[in-house]
Design a protein around this ligand. Structure first.
Ligand code: ADP
Length: 493
C-alpha cells in the first residue's frame, strides 16, 4: 500500500514537473527531485524482491530454494542491465556485449524460476532424496505410534515436492496428522473436497487445484495424504506424483506395521493379565485341596479304607504339580510386569540345592538320582526361594523329558567366580535349532508337546539366573540327553 502511494506520488511529481524524457537535457531543481524520487522507487521495487526471494530461500526444500535463488538472480540481472542502459553509451564495446549477454541469460533464468523443467527439478532434488532414503529407514523402524509416524512422514513428503502444508486422513476419515495447517482447517478441506472419495478409484495420486492427494492403501481401508501447495511451491508435475506414490507405499507399510505392533502388544498384555488372574484364582482352591489331602494322609480326619488311602500319595503329588505350575505362572506375570524383586541373602547353595531336591523327590522317584557335591559350604548371595525354584524346574524337566529308570545327575562345584549347579539327564535331548528358542516365554519343543507343561519354566529360570548376575545354559544332543548349567556369582553382590 505504502509502496503504491510512493509510486503514484513519484509519477505525479514527474508529470507535474514535466520531467523531460531526454536524460541529457537540463533539469530544474523540482525536476531533479522528481527524477531522484522515480529512481528511488524503481530501485526499491527491484531490490525488494531480490532480498525477499533470497531470504525466503533459506531453510526451504531444495527445489523451492533453487527456484527462489533463480528468481532473485533474475531480478539482480534486470537491475544490472538497467544500470548499464542508464549509463548510456559510456561503455566500451566489450562491456556492451557483456550487457547484452546478461539480458539473454535473464530470460531463461526467469523462465526456469517460474516453470522449472522436470530434469532440473530432479537434479535439484537429488541430494534430498539421498537423505530421504536414510530417514525412511528410521521413520519406519523407530516410530512408536501411528500419529508420530504420520507426522514425520508429512515432513518428508512436503520436502520431497516442496508443499506448503500437508495432512493425512485416516481410513475412517479422521485427520491423523497435520503439518503447517491446523486440524480444523484440515478437516474443513477434507470434508469440503470429499478427498477420500476423489481417490476412491485407482492407485495414483491426483492433482486438484492447489492439492495433491495421494491414496494410502491401509490394511483396513483407504486413507489419503494431502499436500497443499503454497506461494513458493513449484509445480506438482508427473515426476513429483510418481515420487509421492512410491513414498506412500512405504508410509502405508509403516502405518500398518505400527497398528500390528500395538495389536501384538495388546495381545501380550491380555496374555499376561490372563496369566495373572488365572494363577491367583487357582491358588486359593488348590491350597484348600492340598491342605485336606495332607490332613487325610496324616489321619487327622479319621480312618480311611486302605484302598482309598493308597491313592493319596499320587493325589498329593499331582496337586504339588499343579501348585508348581501356578507358582510359575504367578512368578512369570510378576516378571512381565517388572514386579519380580529378588530378596537376596547369604546362603549355602549346597544346602539350598538339597532342600530343592527334597521338594521334588516324589517326581524323581522313578529315576536314579546321583548327587555330587563339595563337603564344604559354597556361600553366595541369592534369593533362596527363587534359587530353589530354578533347581526344582531343572529337576522336574529332567524327570519329565527322560525315560523312567534312567539316571539324573546333580553336580555342585565352584570356580573362582561362580557357584555352579548342573543337572544332567539321559533323556530325549534337544536339537540345536530348538536350543536357540528354548529360553523364550511359552516356547515348547514340538516333539515333547504330549508332556504336560507351560513353556514358562526355562524362560523364568534364565531370567532369575541373570537377575542374580549369573546364567543358565544348555548343552544337549538329541537322543542322548541334556545338561543344564545354572551359575551364580559367589562374591558379595
Ligand atoms: P515346560 O517344561 O513347562 O514345557 P520349560 O520352559 O521348562 O517348559 O521347557 C521348555 C521346553 O524345553 C519343554 O517344553 C521341552 O520341550 C524342552 N525341555 C526342557 N527341559 C528339557 C530336558 N531336560 N530335556 C529335553 N527337553 C527339555
Amino acid at each position: 500500500m505504502n509502496l503504491s502511494v510512493a509510486i503514484v506520488g513519484a509519477g505525479a511529481l514527474a508529470v507535474y514537473s514535466q520531467l523531460p524524457s531526454n536524460p541529457q537535457s537540463q533539469h530544474s531543481s523540482l525536476q531533479t527531485v522528481a527524477l531522484v524520487a522515480l529512481l528511488g522507487v524503481w530501485t526499491f521495487c527491484i531490490l525488494e524482491p531480490i532480498v525477499r526471494f533470497s531470504m525466503a530461500a533459506g531453510g526451504r526444500p531444495l527445489v523451492e530454494r533453487a527456484r527462489l535463488v533463480a528468481l532473485s538472480l533474475g531480478y539482480a540481472g534486470l537491475l544490472i542491465v538497467v544500470l548499464f542502459a542508464g549509463a548510456g553509451g559510456a561503455f566500451t564495446p566489450v562491456l556492451s556485449l557483456l550487457a547484452n549477454l546478461l539480458v539473454l541469460a535473464i530470460v531463461p533464468l526467469l523462465y526456469i524460476a517460474f516453470f522449472p523443467p522436470t530434469f532440473l527439478r530432479r537434479f535439484w532434488r537429488q541430494p534430498e532424496q539421498e537423505q530421504l532414503r536414510l530417514a525412511l529407514h528410521d521413520l519406519l523402524l523407530y516410530s512408536p505410534d501411528r500419529a508420530t509416524l504420520a507426522n514425520r512422514a508429512l515432513a518428508w513428503s512436503q520436502r520431497l515436492v516442496g508443499g506448503e502444508s500437508s495432512f493425512i486422513i485416516d481410513r475412517d476419515g479422521a485427520i491423523l496428522a497435520t503439518r503447517g495447517i491446523d486440524r480444523p482447517q484440515a478437516e474443513s478441506v477434507s470434508n469440503s473436497k470429499e478427498l477420500l472419495k476423489s481417490v476412491s478409484n485407482g492407485q495414483h495420486p491426483k492433482r486438484d487445484d492447489d492439492y495433491v492427494i495421494v491414496p494410502l492403501d491401509l490394511q483396513k481401508g483407504r486413507g489419503a495424504m494431502v499436500i497443499v501447495s503454497g506461494r513458493f511451491t513449484p509445480l506438482f508435475g508427473d515426476e513429483e506424483l510418481a515420487l509421492l506414490r512410491d513414498y506412500a507405499t512405504s508410509i502405508t507399510a509403516g502405518l500398518d506395521r505400527v497398528t500390528l505392533n500395538s495389536r501384538i502388544a495388546g495381545l501380550e498384555r491380555a496374555k499376561t493379565d490372563f496369566l495373572n488372574i488365572a494363577s491367583h484364582e487357582l491358588r486359593g482352591p488348590m491350597t484348600v485341596i492340598k491342605g485336606y489331602l495332607t490332613m487325610l494322609e496324616a489321619g487327622a480326619l479319621g480312618d480311611m479304607a486302605s484302598k482309598a488311602r493308597s491313592v493319596l500319595p499320587l493325589l498329593i503329588s499331582k496337586s504339588d504339580e499343579v501348585n508348581w505350575m501356578i507358582e510359575q505362572m504367578i512368578e512369570a506375570s510378576r516378571l512381565e510386569e517388572g514386579r519380580l524383586a529378588l530378596k537376596k541373602r547369604r546362603r549355602d547353595i549346597v544346602d539350598l540345592t538339597e532342600t530343592a531336591v527334597e521338594g521334588v523327590k516324589v517326581l524323581l522317584m522313578g529315576h536314579d538320582l546321583t548327587f555330587n557335591k563339595p563337603h564344604i559350604p559354597v556361600d553366595a548371595d541369592v534369593d533362596p526361594e527363587r534359587f530353589q525354584m530354578v533347581i526344582r524346574n531343572l529337576l522336574s524337566n529332567a524327570s519329565k523329558y527322560s525315560p523312567t529308570g534312567t539316571q539324573i545327575d546333580v553336580d555342585i562345584h565352584r570356580n573362582t567366580e561362580n557357584a555352579i549347579v548342573s543337572v544332567t539327564d539321559q533323556g530325549v535331548g534337544i536339537s540345536r535349532e530348538d536350543q536357540a528358542n528354548l529360553f523364550t516365554r511359552f516356547v515348547r519343543v514340538e516333539s515333547t508337546e504330549h508332556v504336560k507343561g507351560t513353556g514358562l519354566g526355562l524362560w523364568l529360570s534364565r531370567e532369575i539366573a541373570r537377575m542374580h548376575g549369573g546364567n543358565l545354559t544348555v548343552d544337549s544332543e538329541v537322543g542322548r540327553g541334556s545338561t543344564f548349567t545354572f551359575s551364580v556369582p559367589v562374591d558379595h553382590a
